[in-house]
Design a protein around this ligand. Structure first.
Ligand SMILES: Cc1ncc(C[n+]2csc(CCOP(=O)(O)OP(=O)(O)O)c2C)c(N)n1
Length: 551
């Protein structure tokens, strides 16, 4: 007679959940023991729960189906919370399995006893503590269905240890997935009328609407109606590059985003929310669409956003139209002093076909979109929920979901330090991931944020909170200590050569690029100038920003 853990594992496999990112403890030992009889389950050990949850997020984004996690009680779950938060914002499907004490042990308030449900509620769209081994299978199948959505979500199943070790007879077939409906006729008509009216209209694409079928439909609509297409600021997965329609992302800085949205009469949301400022700033607006802009939600997250967009495309007579596609275009091989911009340029110069680009480069990645716009087709995964420490784990998950595709993780030094243990999992699983660390010795963006929030002039003690140079971080030694071959690049030539070598050699590699901080000493009013010189913004837009931010 199998036990609960064995049945749990079998139920996951029957529903197609074949990868589990683990960091187990005593209460999960029966699940661990059951792995030997279930070789179809790929169990991937991580050395910190934030790596397990971030890897499950990266996996779900690329596989379009959930991975499971295996976490230890409330403390383990708490350690994994930031990346579950990113998954929640990205609508990633995850079956989040958390072991608990045996039901009869809870009354003693033992050392690791805590309120798991309270922690889980923060990030879970579905949450249940299994009560009975007889209904365990039902709980698992419901968790998987909830994770799949739509929308995709984190489904947390808490499994008391005595359920795992008890004999278990239950059986449950995977729940049938119903195709989600497309948008209501009234929403489609409202959006079509806005597009036909000839005002200044933009389609804001997010979530699933940043994949090829939706991008093509949006580009056809744009070609026929003159509407603009925009992408949400932090997409979970954005398909882009040569041969696909080019879509400009809404900027992170609200000052710039406001200019992008200026003059809009209509904003049609397709699997996206109306743009808001990342934070509130004294005297500045939080909600970014212009005052008189009509915001139209094409379909709520429970509906089929892509199908709705395709229907809208037909409704405005655009479905036979030729969409404008990005031409192949790579930047030259960079030369001269090594800067973050040159690293991004080198990535654009060398990006392999069909790559997955994980972008947690923060300030160092400001030119990445520009330099890779015409590179071979690729997917970009970004920091959906703003909780840093997501890039390296997400790269692990993406590489496991797509073993044939090269993965490049561009990660800022401060962000990398949150979940650096992901490197060990990359080495252990022999994943084809090239990690580029931007060592700028700072929490660079926060230098700018100090100014944006209107804090008093920062002195030595304040600046020390944003400085990472004493002691200096040595990512080569840290990577080597976890089994990942690594080199430090201090020149552009050295960096390009290292990237060529890393891309040509299977397995994980790390390149530490020592670069000046892009934003150190930068005043906000200089930003439009900086962006213009980098060619990041079209000239008229840059001029408009300059008038607004620094008249
Ligand atoms: C979980 C979490 N903790 C803290 C922060 C606040 N925060 C935002 S950016 C940042 C530092 C970024 O520094 P780094 O990753 O080195 O990138 P840089 O700004 O230097 O380009 C911090 C600590 C956050 N966003 N998420």
């Amino acid at each position: 007679m199998p036990n609960g853990a064995q049945v749990l594992l079998r139920t996951l496999l029957d529903a197609g959940v074949t990868v589990c990112f683990t960091n187990p403890g005593t209460s999960e030992m029966h699940f661990v023991a059951a792995l030997d009889e279930a070789p179809e389950m790929r169990a991937v050990l991580t050395l910190f729960e934030g790596v397990a949850t971030g890897a499950a997020d990266g996996y779900g984004r690329m596989a379009d189906k959930p991975a499971a996690t295996l976490l230890h009680l409330g403390c383990g779950l708490g350690n994994g919370l930031a990346n579950l938060h990113n998954a929640r914002k990205g609508k990633t499907p995850i079956v989040n399995i958390v072991g608990d004490h045996a039901t009869y042990h809870v009354q003693y308030d033992a050392q690791l006893q805590s309120d798991i449900e309270t922690i889980a509620r923060n990030c879970s769209g579905w949450l249940r503590t299994s009560q009975d081994v007889a209904t365990l299978c039902q709980d698992v199948t419901e968790a998987i269905a909830a994770a799949n959505g739509p929308p995709g979500q984190v489904a947390t199943l808490i499994v008391p240890a005595d359920l795992s070790w008890s004999e278990c007879r239950c059986k449950a077939a995977p729940l049938k997935r119903e195709a989600p409906p497309i948008a209501a006729q009234s929403s489609l008509a409202e959006a079509a009328n806005a597009l036909r009216a000839g005002g200044n209209t933009a389609l804001l694409l997010g979530g699933r609407a940043l994949r090829e079928p939706a991008l093509l439909a949006a580009a056809r609509i744009a070609a026929v109606t003159g509407a603009r297409t925009l992408a949400e600021v932090f997409p979970a997965r954005f398909e882009r590059g040569a041969g696909l329609p080019h879509v400009e992302r809404v900027a992170y800085l609200a000052e710039l985003a406001s200019v992008q949205l200026e003059g809009l009469d209509n904003l049609i949301l397709v699997d996206a929310k109306a743009p808001v400022s990342f934070f509130a700033y004294p005297g500045k607006r939080s909600y970014l669409p212009p005052e008189n802009c009509r915001v139209i939600e094409l379909a709520p997250p429970t509906q089929d956003a892509v199908g709705s967009l395709q229907r809208l495309c037909a409704d405005v007579g655009a479905d036979q139209h030729r969409p404008a596609l990005q031409a192949p275009l790579r930047p030259e091989r960079p030369v001269g002093k090594l800067t973050a911009e040159k690293v991004c340029k080198a990535v654009g110069h060398l990006l392999p076909e069909n790559a997955i680009l994980v972008d947690e480069a923060q300030t160092s990645g400001v030119t990445l979109a520009m330099f890779t716009a015409g590179a071979p087709r690729h997917d970009v995964l970004t920091l959906t929920g703003g909780a840093i420490g997501q890039g390296l784990p997400a790269a692990v998950g993406a590489a496991i979901a797509c073993p044939q595709r090269p993965v490049l993780a561009l990660v800022a030094d401060g962000s990398a330090m949150y979940t650096l243990q992901a490197l060990w999992t990359m080495a252990r699983e022999r994943l084809n991931i090239v990690t580029i660390i931007f060592n700028n010795g700072a929490y660079g963006i926060l230098n700018l944020e100090l100014e944006r929030v209107g804090a008093a002039t920062a002195g030595r003690r304040a600046k020390a909170q944003l400085d990472l140079t004493d002691p200096e971080l040595n990512f080569v030694e840290m990577a080597q200590g976890m089994g990942v071959p690594a080199v430090r690049a201090t020149s552009t030539d050295g960096f390009v050569a290292a990237l060529e070598r890393a891309l040509a050699t299977p397995g994980p590699h790390l390149i530490e690029a020592v670069v000046p901080s892009a934003f150190t000493g930068l005043k906000l009013k200089a930003l439009p100038y900086l962006l213009r010189t980098l060619g990041y913004l079209p000239q008229p837009l840059a001029r408009a920003i300059k008038r607004k931010v620094a008249p």
